[in-house]
Design a protein around this ligand. Structure first.
Ligand SMILES: [Fe+2]
Length: 545
């Protein structure tokens, strides 16, 4: 089966192609349109399709629209009810249903040659669940999905085995842990459906002193679901406008919501384990991007393995929808090979981009060693290698790298990116060295979806990557999967004695991650970055014309 997956309804539009059960390509629309998150998460935008991502995925798979056996659309309007009936205050929500009902025709006009009858609706949370359970390396898993909302629910707990999904519980709207977190994100002056990770970072600066109020309003109900009653956020901490200074009250509110989320998630996970008795938990949905909560689930929950899909938010539902249809049609579904499912270029193509831009460049004998040398001299390096990655994390293909040994490099990286100073930057480390330095969180951790405690003796040696609470959100690098990144790390350690490099996403504030060589050159040209490693080529700032 040749299947195109489409996520379009809420936010983070994306496309994926699965051929005979194997993921061939997956990409978010923002990487092509250069508009962060692809669109605003409002009902008026629900018709907008990931046209550029879908066309690229088809080209990558050498398919024409008429070659497709099916298109999976990760929202089923037949499951939805009017917003008022669901206790939701959204007078324009009906637009979503109208647009979703028209999606087959919209898709056929965006992809000429496509038969609208090929479009099949996959329930939103089923697509999320498949994006975790079927993409994971485990044939069987207990699966938990938590997000803002789907058609009529905000959660799914189930068991996945042999491509079949058994749904054990789902929580009806308006109760939603994802929307609760979005509400507090908005209250703290950040962008809803976008900046939730900033609340998680801010929580480290606070004490959960509003926990009694949160425990009153938010709780698991003992049947696999939960309740989230409305909270008067303003009575706990004053509402912040965008960019307004936050106070201890705001950090305490963030800490309280974060702590309560963790507590309720642990109860949901324990309930699921009681029902399934399994070893493996797979997680998806936007809430599964909360790496602090994931870490508590892994450390304190009953499952031996916890696996989180790197594009856990809505973008992952294009992949999950396609995998779900593949499995239900009898294809043998293979685990996703990694997150590098996006665009890539040959060395000749990259060199042509440099020649077009007329920038001086060199081709060192070993780009990994040349970059390690630059980092050791405290340079900041834009690192562009291989295919771009699916999901919100930079995992060594589109990264901004720096020396972790200088505390001021945290501020420097936040300045390069033009973002808030309370935001941490993360370390990458060779998988076999990770346990020497980082405790508690799971290893390997290839997708930066867990946090780890930095060993006391290392905190002063790598201060740039140690968060205010003594933790770090690591990416462990497997030398078999990522030989070039692994070599760069080794060469850096040879020079500095530190097996860790600062790794943050290659973009500047408010812009999507760099995807193509032009984005890389534009980012390098506009930000105080010392060198750009574009495939095997090195562009140095000090030789910039
Ligand atoms: Fe979702």
């Amino acid at each position: 089966m040749r299947i195109l997956g489409i996520n379009a309804i809420f936010h983070d539009p994306s496309a994926a192609v699965v051929v005979d059960g194997t993921v061939v390509a997956a990409a978010e629309e923002e990487r092509f349109s250069r508009r962060k998150h692809g669109k605003r998460p409002v009902p008026f935008a629900a018709w907008e399709l990931p046209e550029l991502a879908a066309r690229w995925c088809l080209t990558e798979a050498s398919l024409r629209p008429e070659d497709l056996d099916a298109v999976a659309y990760s929202f089923d309007p037949r499951l939805a009810r009017p917003a008022g009936e669901q206790g939701m205050d959204d007078p324009w929500d009906h637009l979503r249903l109208t647009y979703a009902e028209c999606a087959p025709e919209f898709l056929a006009s965006a992809l000429p040659g496509l038969d609208p009858a090929a479009v099949r609706y996959v329930p939103h949370h089923v697509a999320h669940a498949a994006s975790a359970s079927l993409a994971s390396p485990f044939a069987e898993s207990s699966v938990l999905v938590l997000d803002g909302r789907g058609e009529a629910v905000s959660h799914l707990a189930g068991r996945s085995a042999g491509g079949d999904l058994e749904v054990l519980a789902s929580q009806a709207l308006p109760h939603s842990l994802g929307l609760l977190y979005e509400d507090v994100t908005d209250h703290l002056g950040f962008l809803r459906s976008s900046d939730e990770y900033k609340v998680m970072a801010m929580a480290s600066y606070g004490e959960p002193r509003f926990l009694p109020e949160l425990r009153e309003a938010v709780c698991a109900t003992g049947d696999g679901g939960f309740r989230t009653d409305p909270l008067d956020w303003g009575s706990l901490a004053k509402r912040l406008g965008p960019g307004e200074e936050w106070t201890q009250d705001h950090a305490d509110l963030a800490a309280s919501v974060q702590r309560r989320l963790e507590e309720v998630l642990l109860e949901l996970v324990r309930w699921l384990h009681q029902r399934t008795g399994g070893d493996v938990l797979t997680l998806a949905g936007g809430v599964a991007l909360n790496c602090v909560a994931n870490t508590r689930i892994a450390a304190e929950g009953p499952f031996r393995h916890v696996w989180v899909q790197p594009a856990a938010g809505d973008s992952g539902t294009s992949l999950g929808g396609a995998l779900h249809l593949a499995a239900t049609e009898g294809d043998r579904v293979a685990p996703m090979p990694g997150a590098d499912l996006g665009r890539g270029w040959t060395d000749d193509e990259l060199e042509a981009w440099l020649q077009t831009a007329k920038v001086p460049y060199e081709r060192p004998a070993d780009i990994a060693d040349a970059v390690a040398a630059c980092l050791a001299e405290n340079g900041v390096v834009a690192w562009f290698q291989g295919r771009s990655e699916f999901g919100p994390r930079a995992l060594g293909h589109r990264s901004l790298l720096a020396h972790p040994g200088y505390a001021q490099n945290l501020e420097r990286m936040n300045d390069v990116k033009g973002r808030e100073q309370f935001r941490p930057v993360a370390p990458m480390v060779l998988a076999e060295r990770a346990r020497d330095i980082f405790a508690r969180g799971p290893v390997p951790s290839p997708y930066m979806l867990f946090v780890h405690d930095v060993a006391a003796e290392w905190r002063d040696r790598i201060p740039a990557v140690v968060h205010v609470d003594g933790t770090a959100r690591i990416q462990s690098v497997d030398r078999g999967d990522e030989p070039l990144v692994a070599r760069m790390l080794e060469r850096f350690e040879l020079r500095t004695g530190l097996p860790v490099v600062v790794n943050t996403s290659l973009n500047t504030a408010g812009r999507p991650m760099v995807d193509d060589p032009r984005d890389a050159l534009e980012c390098f040209g506009s930000a105080p970055v010392d060198a750009l490693a574009l495939g095997p080529f090195l562009v140095r700032r000090d030789r910039w014309p």
